[in-house]
Design a protein around this ligand. Structure first.
Ligand SMILES: Nc1ncnc2c1ncn2[C@@H]1O[C@H](COP(=O)(O)OP(=O)(O)O)[C@@H](O)[C@H]1O
Ligand SMILES: [Mg+2]
Length: 414
């Protein structure tokens, strides 16, 4: 009996060669393809897996679960890595890796393989998730193993192996950069993009129009949230109303993309300490991030907002580094979920040539008190009380000022 291995199979050159290589090493290889919303021909990938020697192929549609249990959960936190990256790839790896474990359990094996390089973040995201859900997992990660590395130094060796073994090579291999796509984003990196000053061609972009080519027309939308989760989108300009997690997210991607929203070009710091240049298109996510944060401005208490602002980069780092299923993430998420109990309401936006313009927000749980905030109404606030408050707060300034005076440091300060 051959040992079974479940390979996370993306249909690219690496995993196709890996599949055959594992077969040639004597494994019974089961290919697992996750549909997380990438624009792929799954029948073709399925066929390719079989042609590469897979004994069985699983194509799993994870789109709805990805939106509801991963993307929407993450957007409750306002997580954004290094203040720029909306974690499009980072949040997709845990769901792929977890489903892979489910398949391994079904197939009664503990051997799992992926094609991630040893230089990146994805290997960590996969392997930590496997360890959590299959503690005695046996990991095959060829790019970290001698027998693979001695055979494959780079792309040329992979292509030669594919030719020798009659594995079909994709025409898309000609692309001078690599991409990773899912519902939340598409990333472009490596190849010609490794030169940080290189400006990518307009024809690289897939999910968004260039703002220059976007319609010269404002689109007004309303995003409705229920307990921190988007529950409805209304396009007021075009009289369209969309409900349902996946529908809504797809629609938001479409309208954002058409209006040139969601492109970034950044250099980020990988977990292993390597800097990496990435170009991303995150259309729906860019709007959701802004809208959700805006609704929190009226529905959350001041100090809750400030605490959440501390949490957000911590959470982003956890997700980026592959700790989505960690106990510390669970602890933080319980606080985040508590904070979202009243994040219900509407945010009014205008989309125009790459811009997201906030026009207002409304919630039945709003903490905004018009009387209190007004400059014209007293609203139960006695302005004379502020005098004592400032006097106490100012004590140390008076003390410091007086010391400076007597110690002759005033001149130095100036
Ligand atoms: N949709 C997917 N389904 C199954 N496995 C995937 C999927 N996307 C990525 N993977 C796994 O993650 C690894 C890293 O992905 P990526 O960096 O995009 O490299 P690749 O060029 O091999 O797709 C892949 O080699 C594969 O093992
Ligand atoms: Mg890929």
């Amino acid at each position: 009996m051959k040992e079974k291995v479940v390979l996370a199979y993306s249909g690219g050159l690496d995993t196709s060669v890996m599949l055959k290589w594992l077969v040639n090493k004597g494994y019974n290889v089961i290919a697992f393809i996750a549909d997380v919303g990438q624009d792929d021909d799954f029948n073709k990938i399925n066929e390719k897996a079989i042609m590469s020697g897979a004994s069985k192929v699983y194509v799993e549609d994870l789109k709805k679960e990805f939106v509801e249990k991963y993307i929407f959960e993450m957007f409750k936190t306002n997580a954004i890595y290094e203040s720029k990256y909306l974690l499009g790839t980072a949040i997709a790896r845990p769901i792929i890796a977890k489903k892979q474990v489910d398949i391994a359990l079904k197939e009664n094996t503990k051997i799992l393989a992926h094609g991630c390089t040893g230089k990146g973040n994805d290997q960590v995201r996969f392997e930590l998730t496997w360890m959590k859900f299959l503690p005695d997992v046996k990991i095959i990660s060829p790019w970290k193993e001698d027998d693979w590395l001695s055979e494959f130094k780079g792309r040329k060796d992979l292509i030669n192996y594919a030719k020798k073994e009659k594995i079909p090579i994709d025409v898309s291999l000609k692309k001078p950069y690599s991409t990773d796509e899912n519902l939340l984003h598409i990333s472009y990196e490596s190849g010609i993009l490794e030169n940080t000053s290189f400006k990518p061609n307009e024809n690289m972009f897939k999910l968004t129009k260039s703002p220059k080519n976007a319609p010269d027309k404002e689109i007004e939308i309303i995003i409705e949230f229920t307990r921190g989760i988007p529950s409805k989108i209304i396009n007021k300009t075009e009289n369209i109303e969309i409900k349902g997690s996946l529908n809504l997210f797809n629609y938001l991607n479409k309208v954002a993309g058409e209006n040139g929203i969601g492109r970034i070009d950044i250099v980020e710091n990988r977990f292993v300490g390597i800097k990496s240049r990435g170009v991303y298109e995150t259309p729906a996510g860019t709007i959701l991030y802004k809208a959700h944060q805006d609704l929190e401005s009226i529905t959350l208490d001041k100090d809750v907002i400030h605490l959440k602002e501390h949490f957000a980069p911590i959470i982003a780092k956890l997700i980026y580094n592959g700790f989505w299923f960690s106990p510390e993430m669970e602890m933080l998420m319980s606080a985040i979920n508590k904070s979202q109990e009243n994040v219900t309401g509407e945010v009014y936006l205008t989309l125009y040539k790459g811009n997201i313009i906030v026009n207002g927000r409304k919630s039945k749980y709003s903490l905004y008190n018009e009387d209190l905030s007004s400059m014209d109404i007293e609203g139960g606030y006695n302005q004379k009380d502020a005098a004592g408050f400032i006097k106490i707060t100012g004590l140390k300034y008076k003390n410091l000022g007086a010391k400076n005076e007597t110690m002759g440091t005033k001149l130095q300060v100036e």
